[in-house]
Design a protein around this ligand. Structure first.
Ligand code: UN1
Length: 509
């Protein structure tokens, strides 16, 4: 099924302008780089990129603001984030429109992304009255041993196009309550939603009397990001993107002994055991694999199915894929919007050609849609490919809706296949066998940062820590105790006795 009528670029421009104006953001009229919509592939506005002087000014201003912000009591810092959360609620529809226009997400997923921002604000407000340190038993009489968490400094947030607003909010809401200030370098593909978020945070800061420079937005290309990566005034670089990007960022930040929080590629798999509830599995799989047009870090890319049910499940998925409505993400019936760019479609077609040359068989999808209606956009049918082996292309992350279907005979074999990829973000098992489920979640099971049972790999709640192992980069963001990455711990030994007792029974003098 295809929704054929797409909005025109003029319609999208008007809609984006209206949203930006309602939010109070300035509608851009620069010439340095374009804001495009993947819905038509055409340009909406011209943007002005940050200059070297502008970047320097942001570094100086956020550092200066940090000096005040770090001594503002954390619950007061929480008031800023609470106000931001209220403004996000007030402008939920406008923000979702901008996400749909720039990232091509369907309405429900765009609204879900804004909800994720609201949720992390709520979480961070609660956190602002916690930020717990510990008291540790001291070995010496009359001594107290404690751990205190202090603000870290300026946090550089580098974010990707696919969660253009939520990933910023995970970092920013938490960093702000932790007493840090933030410089944001968003993807060049999603400048409009960044302008909107920056404006709402500036409004919140004005209203609660927080320093304006707790946050600065820098639009531009990779040179802006490189400046942040190399500048010792940036205490933490939190970067989301490809493993290739992380390989450059990690060593550069380490070379100056800065801190890094990396959220890089995933190659997420689900094991489907013979006892699985197939109705539930089909729903979970199709959302995780085809949702967001396969452009989440957590997208399901590999299915490892028990041989006894592989044909049945493949047939059910083939039928479900044939019915997926692809097209205008503003149309309420659409489930699959456009890919971000024609280059993404090229990458998808290249991976498909390679896997077919390696013996893969396409079961469903793989075609291009709406090429006549929108020649500069890239609408792709999510594709299901049956493969006998986990070849090199299956072990890579292709940022498009390709689901490779592999088979297994024993759970040990399934877990070995599951873990035999360089990435380690998200994973799941569909089973009604508790032993199997527990084994998959155990130390000898999935090696990922996220491991689920009877639910797909994508769509995590904000309350848990988000991130993964191996080439995914090892960082954790969002909930649980991910806040600790944004603070520095100090260990305090306090002697409230009148004698100087040395640790480890050392005598001196
Ligand atoms: C990402 O794709 O970078 O778990 C983030 C999920 C979302 C976040 C994805 N909550 O799919």
């Amino acid at each position: 099924m295809t929704s054929t009528a797409l909005p025109t670029t003029a319609d999208l421009r008007t809609r984006a302008r209206t949203s930006l104006e309602r939010i109070g953001a300035t509608v851009p009229d620069g010439t340095d780089f374009p804001a495009r919509s993947p819905i038509t592939g055409e340009e909406l506005f011209g943007l002005t990129a940050a200059t070297a002087a502008g970047t320097e000014d942001a570094l100086r201003a956020t550092r200066e603001a940090f000096l005040t912000w770090r001594t503002t009591p954390a619950p007061r810092r929480g008031e800023l984030v609470r106000r931001l959360g209220e403004l996000l609620r007030d402008h939920k529809g406008d923000l979702a429109d901008l996400i749909t226009i720039e990232a091509g997400k369907i309405r429900s997923e765009a609204l879900g992304e804004v909800q994720e921002m609201i949720d992390i604000c709520d979480f961070a407000v609660g956190l602002s009255r916690q930020l717990y340190g510990r008291t540790i038993a001291s070995e010496r009489p009359g001594h107290r041993l404690a751990e205190t968490w202090h603000p870290l400094g300026v946090v550089g947030v580098i974010s990707a196009f696919n969660f253009p607003a939520a990933v910023w909010s995970w970092n920013t809401a938490v960093a702000l309550v932790c007493g840090d200030t933030v410089i944001w370098k968003p993807s060049e593909l999603t400048p409009l939603i960044s302008l909107a978020c920056d404006r709402l945070l500036a409004r919140a800061a004005e209203e609660v009397g927080a320093p304006r420079d707790v946050h600065r937005l820098l639009l531009g290309d990779r040179t802006v990001g490189e400046t942040l990566v190399d500048d010792p005034r940036v205490a933490l670089i939190s970067a989301t993107g490809s493993t290739r990007m992380g390989r450059e960022v990690g060593p550069r930040v380490a070379a100056r002994f800065g801190r890094c929080l990396l959220e890089l590629g995933g190659n997420n798999a689900a094991v489907v055991a013979p006892s699985a509830d197939l109705d539930l599995a089909v729903q979970g799989i199709v959302f995780a694999a085809a949702g967001t047009a396969g452009q989440r870090c957590t997208t399901l890319r590999r299915l490892i199915v028990h041989r006894d049910i592989a044909d049945t499940l493949a047939a059910r998925l083939t039928a479900a894929y044939a019915r997926l409505p692809i097209g205008d993400p503003f149309d309420e019936h659409t489930l699959v919007g456009p890919l971000i760019s024609p280059q993404a479609l090229d990458g998808m077609q290249d991976a498909l050609a390679r896997v077919q040359a390696q013996g893969g068989k396409v079961l469903a999808g793989g075609g291009r849609r709406l090429a006549d209606a929108a020649p500069r956009a890239a609408y792709a049918e999510p594709v299901l490919v049956r493969v006998d082996e986990q070849t090199d292309v299956v072990r890579e992350e292709t940022f498009a809706p390709i689901l490779y279907v592999l088979t297994y005979d024993t759970l040990d074999e399934a877990i070995a296949l599951h873990n035999d990829v360089p990435q380690g973000l998200s994973s799941s098992i569909f089973t009604r066998d508790q032993q199997e489920a527990e084994l998959f979640l155990s130390a000898e099971g999935s090696d990922c940062g996220i491991a689920n049972v009877n639910i797909g790999t994508s769509g995590a709640e904000i309350g848990g820590a988000f991130g993964g192992e191996k080439e995914t980069g090892g960082g954790r963001e969002s909930g649980s105790d991910a806040w600790r990455a944004y603070m520095r711990p100090a260990t305090n030994t306090i002697n409230y006795s009148s004698t100087l007792a040395l640790a480890q029974n050392v005598s001196f003098l």
